[in-house]
Design a protein around this ligand. Structure first.
Ligand code: ASP
Length: 329
């Protein structure tokens, strides 16, 4: 009897131990395999740059590889449709930007709801933009450039990363501020567009500092102005458009992390913590500074703050886009 009772106790203890360790294993299970980070724009462009920095840093925190997958096209809506349909298990996430908030106003056939079909993780950075051209143009100053643009009108060609992309929105603002119409050329991202601008295949672009700073410094393209209200520490010689006669001109591209709707709470918490750690990571801060940007304050890098920002941006851009007559499909 004694032996049987002892055996039973030992058995109970073993079962309890097994239960505890498998619960611990489950809690620690995420991430147990590589995470796919979708960048809905071509490789080598501004969002790709932000995405790869996040992938490296978050991967170190999470103890797993975060693999960037570039799915460009249709102003980022092809890549984001893929994210919306993916399993909400934390193994598919996206780094995308302001275009997520303009998509509902531009694309009638959008396959997803930009707010309801995603879990927000947090905002990363607000990237300033710059007005740049190929180097073979005669114009040297922003005043000369704007006068040339007005005089040439539709003969001027500009590159952008798809309808609703940051480069497209910035050009729309520029056209409306100067009362001009110039001719668009759409790319899958400003990475490939930049190659063509350096090659002189079109005239100008309004693109993010993460893609233009080094090219301007190396003399491969000409920089005229910053689209922020304050001059950029990284390109201090560039005047702002605001100080160059286009009063109040301001354009930047905020970036953030999204996941498919319905993430388990513990998975979401790990992703938020990894994002917040990345924004405090010296490597990320230094690289951002070299490229003319900086991490957002940590209270903006939360699911709640990103959701509120997204909802406000959707409402802000809807009337602007309607008035511009722009359409994605
Ligand atoms: N984010 C786009 C890219 O990475 C650029 C843009 O929106 O203008 O190419």
């Amino acid at each position: 009897m004694q032996t049987r009772r002892r055996l039973l106790k030992r058995l109970q203890a073993t079962v309890l131990m097994l239960a505890c360790s498998s619960a611990a294993a489950l809690a620690q299970a995420y991430p147990s395999r590589p995470i796919s980070l979708i960048v809905p724009a071509a490789a080598g462009g501004p969002t790709d740059t932000v995405g790869r920095l996040m992938a490296d840093s978050m991967g170190r925190t999470l103890g797993q590889q975060v693999v960037v997958e570039n799915i460009g096209g249709a102003g980022g809506t092809i890549g984001m449709a893929r994210v919306a349909k993916a399993a909400p298990d934390g193994y598919t996430i996206a780094v995308w930007h302001i275009a997520h908030s303009t998509a509902p106003s531009l694309y009638d056939n959008l396959k997803y709801n930009v707010v309801d079909d995603f879990d927000t993780i947090g905002r990363i950075t607000d990237v300033p933009m710059t007005l740049v051209s190929k180097t073979s143009l005669e114009t040297k100053t922003v005043a000369e450039f704007l006068a040339w643009m007005k005089a040439k009108g539709t003969a001027v060609t500009y590159g952008h990363a798809g309808i609703g992309s940051a480069s497209h929105l910035c050009a729309l603002l520029l056209m409306s501020a100067t009362g001009t119409q110039i001719t668009p050329l759409a790319y899958r991202g400003t990475g490939p567009a930049m190659n063509d601008l350096v090659g002189g295949q079109f005239d100008m672009m309004c693109d993010q500092t993460t893609n233009t700073t080094n090219q301007i410094k190396e003399g491969k393209i000409r920089g005229y102005a910053a689209t922020t209200l304050k001059r950029l520490a990284v390109l201090p010689d560039l005047p702002t458009l605001d100080e160059s006669g286009l009063k109040g001109f301001e354009a930047s591209a905020w970036h953030a992390i999204w996941a498919p709707k319905g993430l388990p709470a513990d998975v979401k918490a790990k992703l938020v913590a990894a994002l917040q750690a990345a924004l405090k990571d010296e490597t990320v801060i230094k690289r951002f500074a070299d490229l003319g940007t900086e991490p957002v304050p940590l209270d903006k890098a939360t699911p709640e703050a990103l959701k509120a920002h997204l909802v406000a941006e959707v409402a802000k851009w809807a009337p602007v886009i309607k008035a511009s007559g722009a359409k994605g499909n």
